[in-house]
Design a protein. Structure first.
Length: 248
């Protein structure tokens, strides 16, 4: 699959998640849609997704749309997913991200030959719950492993489950990957091993694997498996008043 086709599939996903009609093309900057029910971001937040040389923005109200109009028209795509730059021109109250967005074509997949047996366990497995508790609330939430709809591909060290990966089924036949490794077992290639098994399962099901990465180690794993970085996502909570009045 060419990069253009991969981009098209990825964009179709985010257009659907925007809920209200919006497209990844505009002669005057990035398109903004008022969509209180947008799934690009948390409720009442502003969601920004850039893929390739185009982007989309969803906002919760007409007032926020007015605030976003200048930045959407004047800022570059890189600036739109730069939280510090947005803070210079908008009353940003809170931020999630940015996160890089990676996608994988089957022809590019670089599977890992596991040195240990990778098992399948259901998403409600007690060992998986134990791993989530072991890593702490922040890492568990960042991984998204609690929300997978596939079985989990796991590795054990004795009786302890130390690494797991799976995916959540998203719209447009997308498999959103989640990976988690116990803190004291990181740096041993376990993430790559379990992620490879989960990606293979997604590809065999005819799904498009999606990898959303913030920490650098997560990016390394995605690239090692053959994923291509196609863009980025940022969510911001914006106040009603623009303290600057214009894009600088």
């Amino acid at each position: 699959m060419t990069t253009d086709l991969l981009l098209d599939r990825a964009r179709q996903l985010w257009v659907e998640l925007a809920v209200k009609p919006v497209q990844f093309s505009s002669p005057n900057g990035v398109n903004v849609a008022v969509s209180p029910g947008s799934r690009l971001c948390p409720t009442l937040w502003t969601g920004i997704v850039v893929l390739g040389d185009a982007g989309i923005i969803t906002v919760p109200s007409d007032q926020i749309a007015e605030l976003m109009a200048g930045p959407a028209r004047k800022l570059s795509h890189a600036e739109l997913v730069d939280a510090d730059r947005l803070r210079e021109v908008l009353p940003v109250l809170d931020v999630l991200g940015p996160a890089s967005l990676f996608y994988l074509d089957r022809a590019d997949f670089q599977p890992v030959r596991a040195r240990a047996a990778v098992e399948d366990v259901p998403g409600d497995d007690d060992g998986l719950a134990g791993l989530l508790a072991r890593v702490g609330e922040e890492d568990a939430g960042e991984s998204g492993l609690e929300n997978i709809t596939s079985p989990a591909c796991v590795l054990r060290d004795g009786d302890d489950l130390v690494a797991a990966a799976g995916y959540r089924a998203w719209p447009q036949s997308v498999a959103h990957l989640s990976v988690l490794v116990a803190p004291d077992c990181r740096g041993r290639g376990l993430a790559r091993t379990v992620a490879s098994a989960a990606v293979a399962r997604a590809l065999d099901a005819g799904l498009l694997p999606q990898w959303r990465a913030r920490p650098h180690p997560s990016r390394r794993v995605a690239l090692a498996l053959g994923f291509r970085e196609l863009g980025a996502q940022l969510s911001v909570r914006v106040g009603d008043d623009d303290p600057h009045g214009q894009v600088r």
